[in-house]
Design a protein around this ligand. Structure first.
Ligand code: F6P
Length: 547
């Protein structure tokens, strides 16, 4: 790679380094000099109001960051993604999660074939099936109505629907029990099924490849559980098992009828897949209309990302802000702190989206990167986090950029008393943003009469950057908007870092080694090539093992 195209030697990069070296401003000064920045640094997309005024940036910073995006070809790569080009270079695949929410009349081609009709055919098939379950028309093997839905999948075949089910609980059919099993620890399936009647239970086996060991193991155990509960009649499987996959051969090999398979395609990455067939459990829970509203929400942000000018392009701005802190301030983590109980699994979902996408250390051509790439993403819903780890964000030694997400209205079904708690919840969100940005000076502490020796521990330096994302209420569309916002933010960062955000080779080695070690645990087999530490652990395990 020539020196002029190497990221850290680009003039736009060194200009940002110089800008950073000169950076001394505190958010207190930035707001004092320019109170209008609150409005100027707010971008509106669909129902989202995204305030990024509490960031360590000026117009000059933002201009320099946009120049970096331009020099690194973010926009052409984005256009190539939307056009179905094979931008997942290491796997030779198109990256078309945006086609999953394209309107019926759109034309998006992969290898000369328009994929949009297939997308809608599967959505229609899912809708028909979801309605039959919801109405009771689809019954189990004994003729009983399906009352329980258990999704078995892992990673992108679990985190998306599991997260979205929690987020949209208020929109779900409360008569249905919907559970998610992912862990190969048998306890997961046990807890999910122990109080269920097999005759009323539908298993959805969700696996893009249909080879993932955890999922196939759990699905096999679930089939045994079902058959045991239904007098061992193998015909029962057809009424109680459906599959979501790209792999017809493996699905039929497992014994699931191809009519009960909901397809998706290799141009949908696992972590970008919950708005594909992988969302079937969610669609059953919330109904096809709500699911389509969610897809509309995704589409609003897709179109915004594709069409909005750089200065007002929310995913671009958020992606570049992350680069500013990661690459020029040394921030290694990014907190996502939703002020909504329903978003309890939101950050866990984003961990896969962001960390599996951008946790890379080689460039698209295989050259090593010489710059920091994806951050550690973490966080839990406020206000719980405030009473746990916010101390470190406020007064620790790490710079931790954070996103706050909140809603003006609680969900409609809460009682009036519980709705009244909402202002307190949101007061905390706004207070935290304020405290992190502006802190509390030593003089302010002294003015309260605090003894001198206690002034330092009670001082808040402030100057901690945060984004606040506010929406009116948490609807299916708003959820779609939020997810697409983060998907495209992750895209922007990967594009600037020149990494392939769509492969995940880093998970392969562990899978291979687990397969190799397993016989040592189950049969005590000699496993050649075990390192001394692992060999000793295996021996200790076998000694302690009771069954
Ligand atoms: O191991 C990582 C991974 O490939 C993820 O990218 C994916 O979401 C998950 O495993 C599950 O894969 P599958 O849907 O093929 O079972």
């Amino acid at each position: 790679m020539s020196d002029t195209t190497k990221l850290t030697r680009r003039p736009q990069w060194t200009a940002l380094e110089d800008h950073r070296a000169r950076w001394t401003s505190h958010l207190r000064e930035l707001f004092a000099e320019d109170p209008a920045r609150a409005e100027r640094y707010t971008v509106r997309v669909g129902d989202l109001r995204i305030d990024y005024s509490k960031h360590l940036v000026t117009d000059e910073t933002l201009q320099l960051l946009r120049e970096l995006a331009e020099a690194t070809g973010v926009a052409p790569l984005r256009d190539a993604m939307f056009a179905g080009e094979k931008i997942n270079v290491t796997e030779g695949r198109a990256v078309l999660h945006t086609a999953l929410r394209a309107p019926r009349d759109a034309v998006i081609e992969v290898d000369g074939e328009n994929v949009v009709p297939q997308v809608h055919a599967v959505l229609d098939k899912m809708a028909g099936f979801a309605e039959r379950i919801r109405s009771g028309e689809w019954t189990g093997h004994t003729g009983k109505r399906i009352r329980n839905v258990v999704n078995i999948g892992i990673g992108g075949s679990d985190l998306g629907p599991a997260m979205a089910y929690e987020v949209l609980r208020a929109y779900t059919d409360r008569a249905l029990t919907v559970r998610f099993v992912s862990n190969v620890d048998g306890a997961d399936l046990h807890e999910a099924t122990r109080d269920l009647d097999p005759a009323e239970t539908l298993f959805i086996v969700a696996s893009k490849t249909f080879t993932t060991i955890e999922t196939i193991t759990n699905a096999t155990s679930a089939r045994d559980w079902l058959l045991k509960g239904l007098d061992g009649d193998p015909k029962a499987v057809a009424r109680h098992f459906v599959a979501l996959s790209t792999n017809t051969e493996k699905v039929t090999g497992f014994g699931i009828d191809v009519d009960n398979m909901f397809e998706f395609w290799d141009w949908v990455g696992g972590r970008y897949s919950y708005d594909s067939a992988i969302g079937l459990s969610l669609m059953i829970a919330i109904g096809p209309d709500r699911f389509r509203e969610m897809l509309d929400g995704f589409r609003i942000v897709d179109e915004h990302f594709r069409d909005a000018p750089a200065e007002a392009n929310a995913p671009l701005i958020l992606g570049l802000l992350g680069i500013w802190y990661g690459n020029f301030f040394g921030a290694q983590t990014h907190a996502v702190l939703p002020y909504s109980h329903y978003l309890s699994k939101f950050t866990a979902y984003l961990q896969q989206l962001d960390m599996e996408s951008n946790g890379k250390s080689v460039q698209r051509d295989g050259e090593p990167v010489e710059w920091q790439t994806g951050p550690v993403v973490w966080g839990t819903p406020g206000t719980n986090g405030q009473h746990a780890y916010y101390q470190l964000i406020h007064q620790g030694t790490e710079l931790i950029p954070a996103d706050f997400i909140g809603f003006a209205n609680p969900v409609a079904e809460l009682s009036d008393e519980l709705k009244a708690q909402h202002d307190l919840l949101m007061a905390n969100l706004f207070a935290q943003g304020q405290a992190l940005a502006f802190g509390k000076t030593a003089d302010e502490v002294r003015a309260e009469g605090v003894p001198e020796e206690q002034v330092a521990p009670r001082t808040f330096h402030g100057n901690h950057p945060t984004t606040t994302i506010l929406a009116g209420e948490l609807t299916p569309s708003v959820l779609g908007q939020l997810i697409a916002l983060y998907e495209h933010k992750v895209f922007v960062q990967g594009a600037v870092w020149n990494i392939d955000s769509f492969d995940q080779w880093g998970v392969e080695l562990g899978k291979v080694l687990a397969k190799r070690v397993e016989p040592a645990l189950t049969e005590g087999a000699e496993v050649p090539g075990l390192d001394p530490s692992t060999a000793a652990l295996v021996a200790a395990y076998r000694e302690l093992k009771k069954v």
